[in-house]
Design a protein around this ligand. Sequence first.
Ligand SMILES: [Zn+2]
Length: 87
Amino acid sequence: MNRPLRENLEVESAADGEWLRCADCGGRLCPFGQTGRQPRFRRVFPPAKAGPLMKNSRKAVTCLKKYTVPHCGVLFDAQMVKEKHEV
Ligand SMILES: [Zn+2]
């Protein structure tokens, strides 16, 4: 039995446990309870990839991280990340 979790993600209840998986293709990401924000699902972009307004942002946003399902490429999470720079 599967239950929706959030856009493009669902929880699969199977004989081998509960899994976080893609609601579109059924590809398993990780055991349910672990974060799907794992480096192997991550692609990093410059902030302007989020939209033209981010190009001139004065905030210390340094990159856009997108998390996609490796099986089909569906986006399931994204975050703008601030990182400290040594000056
Ligand atoms: Zn998928």
